[in-house]
Design a protein around this ligand. Structure first.
Ligand code: B12
Ligand code: SF4
Ligand code: SF4
Length: 364
């Protein structure tokens, strides 16, 4: 008789996953309720996939009818950022410095499914994914014994910290649960205190942590497609894609190991810093696609990334970016890009920048 739990763990570690946990495929009613309250408060912004009428959320059997268990797999993506190269560069969040994790992990999960199937003598049915269906992945991960919710709303694992991706495998395997990992933030509030936009708060519901996505730099720079509210632009600082500040200050991330996954190392993707000048000079969607199609930056598209680069340039007063901003102000037809470019130029104490701003009636 095969020890399924042992087998699943062995295969997972053999494929390079950094941690594995198991929970039953039951509906998570209290998490679902919390989610619905959260989005009804408007905190989901305009992330359409979270606003559907009957979300999958906490119901694994909506994804796989025969579901008996949910296996959570963690993938450490952390790489130490090199020193800040200065005012001509925008910072990329750690999860996005290497290859696009959706693509890399999809292949890995498929291998995981195939290996389990070939090792057990029963019908094995499963669905696997990472961040591609609207299931409350963090709640299932917490229940599978892999960590606890930190006040930054991410899952913290005592060995890995919080810089990891979560993958889920929902299947008809009947496996015993792994006990919940106990842990807590205690009195610490560093992430709430450091967040430049005030996106984090200890919610009213038993102190359940709340993130207002509309204020989160990660949402604004990756998911949000429109005009970034003026009062939030300076608070973005040098973040051009995503934000890690609430993780950088977390004591659970102080002694973590760098990733073993070559795909997620900076050399496989764009790295931790992007030249503002290079981003602002991308002329077409094709050029953008050619440069970034293997990375997570595709989510922002050319328009979003140039918009973000303009804001960061205005915040850092990048000298290298100035000629590109001037050229965009004269020639770029997209109204969202133009709005942010003119805002950035209004920050420069430079004659040409001021002339362009008065030409387009922007107050300095
Ligand atoms: C939408 C989304 C975002 C949004 C909103 C984030 C958020 N915190 O909700 C934005 C764009 C802002 C975002 C940002 C980031 N994201 Co994101 N995101 C998601 C996504 C797709 C859905 C999350 C969701 O449903 N949010 C809605 C809220 C209400 O749900 P929740 O956070 O799970 O809240 C639960 C808890 O509050 C819990 N709970 C906790 N305590 C208690 C106590 C009680 C009593 C109760 C009842 C409930 C409860 O109940 C709620 C419901 O489950 C998930 C993937 C997925 N399918 O799950 C990735 C995911 C959460 N993101 C991830 C990452 C890596 C990031 C970033 C770090 C990327 C970056 N560097 O820029 C940032 C981190 C920002 C932050 N501090 O959270 C990882 C997190 C891994 C981890 N360690 O936890 C995930 C899991 C993707 C993945 N598969 O790896 N993200
Ligand atoms: S990712 Fe940045 S903006 Fe979002 S909650 Fe964390 S510190 Fe705040
Ligand atoms: S910084 Fe402190 S409060 Fe925030 S998640 Fe880490 S331990 Fe918890």
């Amino acid at each position: 008789m095969v020890d399924v739990k042992k087998l699943v763990k062995e295969i997972a570690f053999d494929l390079g996953f950094d941690a594995v946990g198991i929970t039953l495929a039951n509906d998570l009613d209290s998490s679902n309720e919390h989610f619905l309250q959260w989005r009804d408060s408007g905190y989901a912004g305009d992330m359409g996939y979270l606003l559907r009428d009957d979300p999958i959320n906490a119901k694994p059997r909506k994804i796989l009818n025969e579901a008996k268990s949910v296996i959570s797999l963690l993938v450490n993506y952390y790489s130490e950022p090199i020193l800040d190269p200065g005012c001509n560069y925008g910072r990329v969040a750690n999860y996005a410095v290497g290859k696009d994790y959706h693509k890399v992990l999809k292949k890995k999960i498929k291998l995981f499914q195939e290996r389990i199937k070939s090792n057990i003598n029963c019908d094995f049915i499963s669905r696997g994914f990472s961040d591609s269906v609207p299931l409350l992945e963090k709640s299932f991960t917490r229940n599978s014994g892999l960590g606890f919710f930190g006040k930054h709303t991410l899952i913290i694992n005592k060995a890995l910290g919080s810089y990891f991706f979560i993958c889920e495998l929902i299947s008809n395997l009947e496996i015993e649960e792994i006990n919940e990992e106990k842990g807590t933030c205690g009195k610490c509030t560093r992430c709430i205190d450091i967040c430049p936009t005030g996106a984090l708060s200890a919610g009213a519901n038993q102190g359940t942590p709340i993130l207002d996505a509309r204020l989160c730099i990660s949402y604004l720079t990756i998911e949000y497609k429109g005009i970034i509210p003026i009062e939030l632009r300076e608070k973005m600082g040098n973040w051009i894609f995503g934000c890690d500040l609430c993780q950088v200050v977390c004591p659970y991330n102080k002694k973590i190991k760098q990733t073993n996954w070559s795909e997620f190392k900076p050399a496989s993707g764009v790295g931790h810093w992007l030249s503002l000048k290079e981003i602002l000079s991308i002329k077409s969607d094709e050029e953008f696609h050619y440069k970034f199609c293997h990375t997570s930056l595709t989510r922002a598209k050319r328009k979003g990334l140039i918009r973000n680069a303009a804001v960061v340039s205005g915040n850092l007063l990048s000298d290298e970016a100035l000629p590109e901003l001037l050229s965009l102000a004269e020639n770029e037809p997209d109204p969202v890009i133009r709005e942010h470019v003119l805002w950035a130029l209004s920050k420069y104490p430079n004659k040409k920048a001021q002339q362009i701003c008065s030409k387009f009636s922007v107050s300095m």
